[in-house]
Write a protein of this length. Structure first.
Lengths: 380, 377
């Protein structure tokens, strides 16, 4: 296909610069629509599982029976002690959580509900560099770290009230809101029990997440299976990845979000096909005499199809690059206004490139039919 | 009568006209869908209020939406009843509970609404009569328009809500919208039992009904004067506006849908411009000929404008039909309140005509390039 003959498709594409510019803009627009819709679709799920993916754990214990996973259904802390009994488990750290009864009041602001995680700062339960760095400050009594991207949370150094209990904000970390909660606050476990005394210390305490770290040579899946066998069925044992996927699946299955943005991506694809078709078709019509001449001097339909498809692919690639750049800008803008995670991963970019090529080729195939029916004699 | 040039231009190339129309149609559909989702998101957050009969709401100063409502002391309702013109002041309790699917035994979160069954709060036809059954202990009325994984929500089912056994005594079909996957109604007594002794003195929202003929604005002022600063007095429209404003401007999903509408309009304008510009380019020689015959730029712009409006109207009709269909499919697939309304049909038509005309005027600048001399070169 890429022979050393005259690069006819390339010359055709490059011939009319003004048309090329609109063509590229058109493809880029379709790419942008698809990127935004697919990005939002994935972003909404990624955002829901974000906190889970930040757990510093190989395996996570969560309460049984609640399908939405977050907010968690607490389970007896005894399970964590039992899990720690295995040789492969080098650390078993409890994380406490409260969502429905956690009310935060910054000075001069209204009280509002958020999610609070309580943990021992020495456990390094979250893989957030800012949290790890400020662990010493957080281990002081009555202190909190607040989500710098959350809504209406205090600055570092301020005092605030958590469910009626006075706290000192010793630092911030970047996280952001999700579909459920507007903000996140981290406190140490002792402070957590002061704010929510009924959560109980000691063996009667109930834990939201049990983070298990395994010895470097341990097989996480084998340990998981053995723990599932050993522990009573009031807890589930999952790898961190499985837990994150569980959260994402719940939102994918149970909320209309997937449907809404999936539909949006399809509309983007349809718009792309129509735009590309219009461009390729009008380029084709304009050069009709030239194509007819090619036929007259002996080139067959196969060659012409090849030229048009090649043109379509050039358009796909030329339009994809500005589309990708525009999408990166829109992602950054939307992420900062909405707090939804919008990540341009290699896989997603590759997938969208394939879709863009498919879109352009489909349009090229539709447009070329006119050419195939043409008779060289007509031109003369 | 002159030759209908715009019409002839548009219909000259059948295939070309069809693709242009298809592009306009898809663009308008995109706008319809984005507006539909935006509106569905708005409707879902006030859907619980739509079921209830009240004129004025008493809310906590912390109130943001029913998912972040704060709470107010029930005492304020008794005080409100003493204000002239107030016919009743009833508490509404809203919570999130986990519901056990009786078949699979799995638990799923849902919205639990608690009402005092002695008050006549429900305004959905038929629901008020059904609510009498809520006076029985541990009973629940379910909204059957829910995700199928909640299991059977029909009357007679016995299941657990937050671990407490409840009997489904009746059901209605309404739909929860975004954010909640299902909704059930219980009495205030059942509500406190389900949520482990939740104090009924902590009201989520106070619902005030006025006597017939009472002025709402005056009643709001009287209530504000009579009640201390720990409650806000909002007339119904204000409650709905504030709830919607919080959801659409602060919550990520609302922001996404708001930006979706803007994005659809921008994309729509660009596509329409592109279509009209290429329409003009393909007839440039004919336009040049018209110029040579003595027609001015003004006439040509008028022709393009006519073409633009024709495209808008012809693309709009199938788009409206397609969108109505997609709304119905979406409603069926997701239980979202996707509803096509006459004002929306009119607004999008107006928007389509405006966008096409604007694109047409912009695109017709290319006509100036139509030089009669080109014809003979």
């Amino acid at each position: 296909m890429w022979s050393r003959r005259t690069p006819l498709a390339w010359r055709n594409v490059m011939h009319a610069r003004a048309r090329l510019a609109t063509a590229i803009a058109g493809v880029a627009l379709a790419v942008l629509i698809m990127f935004v819709q697919v990005g939002l679709l994935n972003g909404l799920y990624d955002t829901q599982s974000r906190i889970v993916r930040l757990f510093n754990a190989d395996l996570v214990l969560v309460g049984k029976q609640i399908e939405s996973v977050l907010p968690p259904r607490p389970f007896p802390r005894k399970r964590l002690v039992q899990a720690h009994g295995r040789a492969e488990v080098v650390a078993a750290c409890p994380v406490y959580a409260e969502e429905y009864r956690a009310f935060w009041r910054s000075p001069g602001a209204h009280e509002y509900r958020l999610v609070v995680f309580g943990f021992d700062p020495a456990d390094a339960a979250f893989q957030i560099p800012e949290v790890e760095r400020q662990a010493a400050a957080l281990s002081q009594p009555d202190t909190a770290l607040v989500d710098a991207r959350g809504k209406g949370l205090a600055e570092a150094g301020a005092t605030a009230e958590l469910s009626g209990h006075h706290l000192r904000v010793v630092g911030t970390f970047p996280l952001g809101p999700d579909l459920r909660v507007d903000g996140t606050v981290l406190v140490n476990d002792r402070t957590f029990f002061k704010c929510f005394p009924d959560r109980g210390r000691g063996p009667a305490g109930r834990v939201a997440f049990g983070l298990l770290r395994l010895a470097p040579d341990a097989d996480a899946f084998r340990v998981r299976d053995e723990l599932r066998h050993d522990l009573p069925d009031d807890v589930r044992v999952l790898t961190r990845q499985e837990l994150a996927e569980l959260v994402e699946d719940y939102w994918a299955k149970n909320q209309p979000i997937g449907y809404v943005f999936g539909l949006g991506a399809i509309v983007g694809f349809a718009i792309g096909v129509i735009i590309c078709y219009q461009i390729l078709y009008s380029a084709l019509v304009e050069r009709f005499p030239q194509y007819a001449t090619l036929k007259a001097i002996g080139y067959d339909n196969g060659y012409l199809v090849q030229v048009v498809l090649q043109e379509a692919l050039y358009l796909a690639f030329l339009g994809f690059v500005p589309g990708l750049l525009a999408s990166a800008a829109v992602y950054a803008g939307l992420e900062s206004v909405s707090g939804i995670l919008l990540r341009l991963t290699v896989v997603r970019v590759a997938l969208l490139l394939i879709f863009t090529c498919a879109m352009c080729c489909l349009a090229g195939a539709l447009a070329v039919r006119k050419l195939l029916r043409s008779d060289p004699a007509e031109v003369f | 009568m002159r030759t209908p040039l715009a019409w002839r231009n548009l219909t000259h190339h059948k295939v070309r006209a069809a693709t242009s129309l298809a592009a306009v149609c898809v663009t308008i559909t995109l706008i319809f869908m984005q507006v539909g989702f935006y509106d569905a998101c708005q409707r879902s957050v006030v859907r619980i209020f739509d079921q209830l009969d009240f004129d004025i709401a008493l809310v906590s100063p912390q109130y943001l939406s029913l998912w972040y409502p704060g709470k107010l002391p029930r005492r304020r309702l008794y005080q409100a009843k003493g204000v002239p013109g107030v016919a009743s002041a009833a508490p509404l309790y809203v919570g999130n509970g986990s519901w056990r699917n009786p078949q699979t035994r799995a638990e799923y979160e849902m919205v639990v609404v608690g009402v005092d069954p002695r008050e006549h709060l429900l305004r959905l036809p038929g629901l008020a009569a059904k609510a009498v059954r809520l006076r029985e202990e541990d009973t629940v009325i379910t909204d059957t328009v829910a995700q199928p994984y909640f299991g059977s929500l029909a009357a007679g089912a016995v299941t657990e809500l937050e671990g407490r056994r409840l009997l489904v005594v009746d059901s209605y079909a309404y739909g929860p919208g975004f954010m909640g996957n299902a909704e059930v109604l219980v009495s205030d007594q059942t509500f406190t039992r389900v949520f482990a002794g939740y104090p009924l003195t902590d009201v989520t929202v106070g619902l005030v009904k006025l006597r017939p003929g009472c002025d709402v604005a005056a009643a709001v002022r009287d209530l504000e004067a009579a009640l201390p600063g720990d409650v806000l007095v909002w007339a119904r429209p204000r409650l709905e506006e504030n709830t919607i404003a919080y959801t659409m401007r602060v919550k990520p999903l609302g922001i996404i849908f708001s930006s979706g509408v803007v994005l659809a309009l921008v994309i729509g304008a660009v596509i329409l411009y592109q279509i009209l510009a290429s329409e003009i380019l393909s007839h440039l020689r004919e336009y040049a000929a018209l110029k040579a015959l003595g027609h001015g730029n003004g006439y040509l712009t008028w022709v393009v404008l006519q073409e633009a409006v024709l495209l808008a109207v012809c693309g709009y009709a199938p788009a409206a039909l397609l969108s109505a269909g997609l709304y119905a499919v979406s409603r069926y697939q997701t239980n979202l309140p996707m509803i096509m309304t006459v004002p929306r049909l009119a607004a999008v038509l107006l928007l389509a005509v405006l966008m096409c005309s604007l694109s047409g005027i912009l695109a017709s600048r290319r006509l100036r390039r139509a030089d009669p001399m080109d014809l003979f070169s």
